[in-house]
Design a protein around this ligand. Structure first.
Ligand SMILES: C=C(O[C@@H]1C=C(C(=O)O)C=C[C@H]1O)C(=O)O
Length: 112
């Protein structure tokens, strides 16, 4: 067995290390894509927040959220992702968006 250290049992086989590095490279790329996609999503939701504030619409729209959750759960199922996890993630993001919308409606967020 080829290990990356002096033979103690803490060493990792080099082929295992190479596979770990390859997979972690992909994970890093995916994490970067997630960050970029979230940034784009927040750019859109900020604009929605300003539109709502300008027209005195409430920050949250529970009916829209309910449709999104139904849709996302279906997408998750077909992608073999746990639908409960997908729902929790969407709710987490939406809660942050609503917080932004409340700040915009308060008048404490500058227009971009
Ligand atoms: C972005 C909106 O505002 C809120 C945030 C949502 C979201 O992040 O997808 C969905 C509904 C609203 O509670 C919207 O009304 O479309």
């Amino acid at each position: 067995m080829t290990t990356s250290d002096n033979g103690d049992n803490g060493g990792i086989d080099q082929s295992v290390q190479a596979e770990l590095d390859r997979l972690r490279g992909s994970i890093d790329n995916i994490d970067a894509a997630v960050v970029h996609m979230l940034a784009e999503r927040f750019k859109c939701t900020q604009q929605v927040g300003h539109l709502k504030a300008a027209h005195h619409l409430p920050p949250a729209d529970p009916a829209r959220e309910s449709r999104q959750i139904t849709r996302l759960r279906e997408l998750a199922e077909s992608a073999r992702l746990d639908p409960a996890f997908a729902e929790k993630l969407l709710n987490f993001i939406i809660a942050e968006v609503i917080r932004h919308h409340e700040t915009i409606a308060d008048g404490s967020a500058p227009r971009p």
